[in-house]
Design a protein around this ligand. Structure first.
Ligand code: NDP
Ligand code: ZN
Length: 352
């Protein structure tokens, strides 16, 4: 089969690979719509998880099932399904302890384009299909379904981790597609003042539509100084991080009220340490909590989030700025994600 892969550090391209085999709990899927992710870029061009050779990229997509294993109960060939970015082993001890996402070791639930071939292929292997797939709801276009693989569940996870409550003042750092979903999630959880940090005009427009009350540019001075000025020196209750780098934690801690919390979903592609400012962290006693996590996968989560979309709570298709037709356009879509032109939020490729 044909696939688009990481050939080695800084190199991506087309390869031929064996079609994957279907185990008893698994499914084999062919793509209907696919989307590249900023994480694919960190992986190939920053070497963020180390070198990989001929590893198929991609972890966001909707596909049609062509084969299921003998023990699969919930799905059959012909079903159109959302493929989640994270596909844990649900029988693992880590899953039993509440962290399926770390099944088999830290970040072990993140299999696609990390420890196994991803979805930019003519045939895709899904482990534990019953637990890791969800039907694309009737009437939802596959391109929108792609936003449920990773963008919506990851962005929402930032506010889950930070524990956004009714009336909280919230700052979302980074309003690419993940941060925009964090804005939407925080608004749905009842944020009062909702500050969004970013500069791309398209992203700013959608941030406002998803509920941002104020926009801050990180290019116009330290973010915490701008937030402290806007809040009369008080700061915010929650900071959701979906952009920036290892230094972003410094500014986040500085703008956080005592008792506040941070939810980071940003993938730190480079740097060895994050910095926590000692005094602003209450010299170790400020009750300022930092949560950082990979989004939990799972069918239940995808079914719940897609039910929110079906019921009009939020429209993730607003993230889609570039549409391509044809599998071969994966290459262009990945290049867009790498170059991040000013008008880009998220590209999608319709395959069939
Ligand atoms: P984008 O690159 O599209 O967006 C990044 C955002 O951060 C932009 O709004 C950008 O602003 C802003 N930004 C850039 N530099 C800074 C800075 N120095 N300070 C503050 N803000 C800054 O990324 P995505 O939305 O696609 O993804 C966000 C992150 O989430 C990525 O690292 C991605 O790999 C990660 N991720 C994590 C997952 C998880 O499960 N934890 C899953 C999926 C993705 P501007 O408007 O100027 O471009
Ligand atoms: Zn992704």
């Amino acid at each position: 089969m044909k696939a688009y892969a990481m050939l080695g550090l800084n190199k991506a391209g087309w390869i031929e690979k064996e079609r994957p085999e279907c185990g008893p709990l698994d499914a084999i899927v062919t793509p209907v719509a696919l989307a590249p992710c900023t994480s694919d870029i960190h992986t190939v061009y920053e070497g963020a998880i180390g070198d990989r050779h001929n590893l198929i990229l991609g972890h966001e997509g909707v596909g049609e099932i062509v084969e299921v294993g003998s023990l699969v109960k919930a799905f059959k060939p012909g079903d159109v399904v959302i493929m989640p970015a994270i596909t844990p082993d649900w029988g693992s001890l880590e899953a039993q302890s509440g962290y399926a996402v770390h099944s088999g070791g830290m970040l072990g639930g993140w299999k696609f384009s990390n420890i196994k071939d991803g979805v930019f292929a003519e045939f895709i292997h899904i482990n534990e299909a019953d637990a890791n797939l969800a039907l694309l709801p009737e009437g939802m276009e596959p391109e929108t379904g792609c936003m449920l693989s990773d963008m919506m569940p990851t962005g929402f996870h930032a506010s889950e981790m930070a524990g956004v409550k009714f009336g909280d003042d919230v700052c979302v750092i980074g309003i690419g597609p993940v941060g925009l979903m964090a804005v939407g999630g925080a608004a749905l959880r009842g944020a009062a003042n909702l500050y969004a940090v970013g500069t791309r005009p398209n992203c700013i427009k959608v941030a406002r539509e998803f509920g941002a009350t104020d926009i801050i540019s990180y290019k116009e001075g330290p973010i915490h100084e701008q937030i402290l000025e806007k809040t009369g020196g008080k700061g915010v209750d929650r900071v959701l991080i979906a952009g920036g780098n290892v230094d972003t934690f410094d500014t986040a801690v500085r703008m956080l009220k005592p008792g506040g919390s941070i939810g980071n979903v940003n993938y730190l592609g480079s740097g060895d340490y994050i910095k926590i400012p000692r005094e602003a962290w209450g010299v170790g006693m400020g009750h300022k909590t930092i949560h950082a996590g990979l989004m939990p996968g799972g069918r239940l989560r995808m079914e719940k989030l897609s039910a929110m979309v079906v019921n009009g709570r939020l429209d993730p298709s607003k993230l889609i700025t570039h549409r391509f037709e044809g599998f071969e356009h994966i290459e262009e879509a990945v290049a867009l994600m790498k170059d991040k032109p000013a008008d880009l939020i998220k590209p999608v490729v319709r395959v069939k």
